[in-house]
Each structure stands twice: as structure tokens, then as C-alpha cells.
Ligand binder design. Structure first.
Ligand code: NAD
Length: 252
């Protein structure tokens, strides 16, 4: 039996027993779609330090740099598609085994895999559009890019003149209250919490698996590399997410 099938077989009984699973995803679920993660060897983190929220707000040069980086990644974000891992998660939601997906990802791939938006809780936001930091209005990226290319500056908000930023949560930026409350509620209600592709070092996000375990849910971690929470998990698979999860879901 290939290794991933052996690992999938270990996962199956956990999924079969679950009635209210929560799936918690990080950058690792999207690497098989071609989006690099932060903390794998050679990941984005090792090449480019992120821009803190305070620097973005304080410095026009940092804002230009943030937008330059975002537009440099646009071809990638516009062309990536959900992979076998995203599709297997969507199948768990479709079958009623998983109630929610809490994601740290900003790539919109869970929604594109067919999961209804109200089942996806984006605790770090979404990079496929922008929001005004003052009035919260949504803005689309193509006109921002056109303005940036013409003037070398991002435009201000059409409605209130505030600063536009991708709708993501940067280091130093407040977590989105409504999404955090929904994520907490889903975590408290779950009987199985499955971590897929997260190094579990970014807090408060990494507090959710611990909280699920504390309230009595079973905890499964599927991640290529070890995490600090492996020791409290009921099952740890250091395996690739797409082949492992899709084999497990096909075996249900
Ligand atoms: P991380 O980069 O810290 O950790 C990713 C983990 O996934 C690593 O431990 C790695 O071993 C594992 N992994 C990578 N590919 C895998 C695969 N195919 N199968 C199994 N495991 C795999 O990611 P994080 O914990 O999500 O934290 C990074 C932060 O950066 C997040 O907050 C997220 O918002 C953001 N981010 C998002 C994206 C995205 O939207 N796709 C990409 C990069 C970073």
C-alpha cells in the first residue's frame, strides 16, 4: 500500500465518527495549487519579510511596496485553482461531516472549490479584493492597479478618501471580530478538529486547535512538518494533504 493510503486509512475512522467536524487550514493546503507557503524551507518568509500594519499606515513608501508585491503576485492568484485537498474538504462539507472551514488563507480557493461562503471563515481576510481602512468599503483590484500603473501611487477610497489595502489581516492589525466570533463558536461546537497545512505558530489562529481539544473534541493534524501541537493531537500525519485527504474521503 502506498504511504499516503496507509495514512488515509488512519484518518478514515476519525472522519466516520465525526458529526460536526471543523477543518482548519493554513498555507500548506494551497502549496499543491502552486502558492508558496511562508514557513516551508524556501517559503515566502525566508525571502521577503512581511510589511507590518503600522508601517503600511505610516509610510507611503511601504504602501507602494505592499501594492507592488501584491500586483507582482496577481498572475499567480488569478490562475491558481483548488487542488485535491480543497476538493476533499468541499466534499466533507457537502456530506455534512464538516460544518465549517476556518482558514488562515487569503487565496479564496475554498470558496472556489464550491463551499458556500457562509461555511468559510476567513480569519486573515482575503487578498482578491481591497477594503478602505477608514470606512470599510470594498474596492476591486483592477482599477487600483490601473491607477497605480498610471500614477505610481494607489488611489484613495472613492467614498471617503481613506487608505485602500488588500482585505487581508497584516501583522499588527486587529483580527476581524465577527469572523473570530464565528470561528470560536464553530470550534466550541465541534467534535473533531482537523488541521491541514499550518505550522501553528501564528496566534491567535493557532489557539483554535488547543481550544477544540480542551473542550473535548478530537484533534487531527495533517502537516508535512512537525508542529508544537503534535503532542496534544489524537492523530498526526506528516503527509501531503491532497493525496492523503482525498484517499480518506474516497474511502468513507
Ligand atoms: P505556514 O507557511 O507557517 O505553514 C505551512 C505548513 O504547511 C508548513 O508547516 C508545511 O510543512 C506545511 N505544508 C506545506 N505544503 C504542504 C502539503 N502539500 N501537505 C502537507 N503539509 C504541507 O502557514 P500558516 O500556518 O498558514 O501561516 C502562514 C500565514 O501566512 C497564514 O496566516 C496565512 O494567512 C498566510 N499565507 C497564506 C497563503 C495562502 O493564502 N495560500 C500563502 C502563504 C501565507
Amino acid at each position: 500500500m502506498p504511504t499516503t493510503h496507509r495514512e488515509a486509512a488512519e484518518l478514515v475512522p476519525f472522519l466516520r465518527a465525526a458529526e460536526r467536524a471543523v477543518i482548519f487550514t493554513g498555507a500548506g493546503i494551497s502549496t499543491e495549487s502552486g502558492i508558496p507557503d511562508f514557513r516551508s524551507p524556501g517559503g515566502l518568509w525566508t525571502r521577503m519579510a512581511p510589511i507590518d500594519f503600522q508601517d503600511f499606515v505610516a509610510s507611503p513608501e511601504m504602501r507602494r511596496e505592499a501594492w507592488r508585491r501584491r500586483f507582482a503576485m496577481e498572475e499567480m492568484f488569478a490562475s491558481v485553482r483548488p487542488n485535491a485537498g480543497h476538493l476533499a474538504v468541499a466534499e466533507l462539507v457537502r456530506r455534512g461531516i464538516a460544518t465549517h472551514v476556518i482558514t488562515q488563507n487569503i487565496d479564496n480557493l475554498h470558496q472556489e472549490s464550491g463551499i458556500a461562503a457562509d461555511r468559510v471563515i476567513e480569519i486573515h481576510g482575503n487578498t482578491r479584493y481591497a477594503r478602505c481602512l477608514r470606512c470599510g468599503a470594498r474596492a476591486e483590484l483592477p482599477p487600483i492597479r490601473a491607477h497605480f500603473e498610471r500614477h505610481g501611487e494607489p488611489p484613495d477610497c472613492d467614498f471617503c478618501g481613506g487608505l485602500l489595502k488588500t482585505a487581508t489581516i497584516s501583522f499588527g492589525q486587529a483580527m476581524p471580530e465577527a469572523e473570530m466570533a464565528r470561528a470560536e463558536e464553530a470550534t466550541q461546537a465541534c467534535d473533531l478538529f482537523v488541521v491541514l497545512g499550518s505550522s501553528l505558530v501564528v496566534y491567535p489562529a493557532a489557539g483554535f486547535p488547543r481550544a477544540a481539544k480542551r473542550k473535548g473534541a478530537r484533534l487531527v493534524i495533517v502537516n508535512r512538518e512537525p508542529t508544537d501541537q503534535d503532542s496534544i493531537a489524537d492523530l498526526v500525519l506528516h503527509a501531503p494533504i491532497g493525496p492523503t485527504l482525498s484517499a480518506a474521503v474516497n474511502a468513507l
